[in-house]
Design a protein around this ligand. Structure first.
Ligand code: TXA
Ligand code: MG
Length: 316
């Protein structure tokens, strides 16, 4: 079973010898390994049971490290990195040969971000390589937002989990790249689209592929609990499924006649709702309900990314 703690020396030593470590980030917990070591990368795919066509994100702590892995960084990307790093923004850039093909699933681009969590920043600064880290969940399941979540699902497969408390943002990073000189968003996430559009103008969203390896990770069925999840109007769904044992997930309203419900933000705050979303889905998934029903959120701020996750997790 993995040990859980805050021992940075131990974590760094394990990573140096090619082992994997669970790491806290401000978005979700990651399953980290040496991004320049193909054997460590293969372990990541194996432990997560992740298809090899779904590339990884590299985590760095400095702009020097960025230039080690990419040598053509478009000016708008430089500006976004200056504005939002460290933070929940991943940039897709042309990769240098030093980045193993396993990391990028054979693409000539690499995804990279500078995470904000202080423990992980400290860890990265002790290492002379970037960390590849997908979310630390079995492929397709809800991402972990605490060390306990990681331990529950991957604890018997990795030696150590760094415990940095609950993830601040609670949703994965926004992924943005460039096609020609046009910015494209590949995954909605922890940075509001509105902020990115203020900086870059209208941005094309390319987030709905069902199983396209050239736009990986955005598989439609993803982030999913094991219990069937239905999204829509809660009173209507309650009627449709009146013979089932229902659990309800809502933004700020309490619904009468349901004892198994989680309200994500009494004050209707989308950031708070995002922060609590994945833990709430896990709790409802582990409860004795037969199905989970959830409303959709306002399409603004982090509400967009919340809706994206709920739709991908839901039964079509
Ligand atoms: O917030 C996050 O980004 C978390 C934390 C741990 O940093 N990581 C994360 O990684 O969500 P993961 O592996 O669950 O999702 C990474 C996704 C891939 O599924 C893929 O969609 C995208 O990043 N990606 C990686 N490389 C790419 C590339 N070269 N082009 C387009 N998309 C890429
Ligand atoms: Mg993931």
């Amino acid at each position: 079973m993995a040990r859980i703690g805050t021992d940075l020396l131990l974590a760094a030593n394990l990573l140096r010898k090619g082992d994997l470590v669970g790491i806290p980030t401000e978005t979700v917990y990651g399953l980290a390994g040496n991004a320049l070591d193909p054997d460590a990368l293969l372990k990541i795919f194996k432990v997560k049971n992740r298809p090899s066509f779904d590339p990884l994100i590299l985590h760095i702590h400095s702009f020097d490290q960025l230039h080690d892995i990419s040598d053509s960084i478009p000016q708008p990307a430089v500006e976004l990195a200056r504005a939002y790093w460290p933070g929940p923004l991943t940039l897709v850039l042309t990769k240098k040969n030093i980045v193993p093909d396993v990391a990028s699933s054979g693409l000539d681009t690499v995804a990279v971000r500078m995470p904000r969590h202080s423990l992980t920043r400290d860890l990265l600064s002790r290492l002379d390589f970037p960390l590849a880290a997908p979310s630390a969940n079995p492929f397709g399941y809800i991402s972990p937002t605490s060390a306990e979540h990681v331990a529950q699902q991957l604890g018997d497969k990795i030696p150590y989990i760094l415990d940095g408390g609950p993830s601040d943002v609670g949703l994965e990073s926004t992924i943005l790249g460039f096609e020609g000189d046009k910015p494209v968003i590949y995954r909605l996430g922890g940075i509001n689209l509105e902020l990115l559009e203020d900086a870059l103008g209208k941005i094309r969203l390319s987030v709905n592929q069902s199983s396209n390896p050239s736009a990986p990770g955005m598989l439609k069925s993803h982030y999913a609990p094991r219990k069937p999840l239905f999204t829509g109007n809660i009173p209507e769904l309650m009627k449709t499924y009146k013979n089932k044992k229902i659990a309800v997930l809502s933004f700020f309203k309490h619904y009468a006649g349901i004892n198994n419900q989680i309200v994500l933000s009494e004050n209707g705050d989308l950031d708070e709702a995002a922060h609590k979303l994945f833990e709430a889905l896990r709790k409802l998934d582990q409860s004795d309900c037969e199905i989970i029903i959830s409303e959709l959120f306002p399409e603004k701020g982090l509400g967009r990314a919340i809706n994206d996750r709920l739709k991908r997790a839901s039964v079509k």
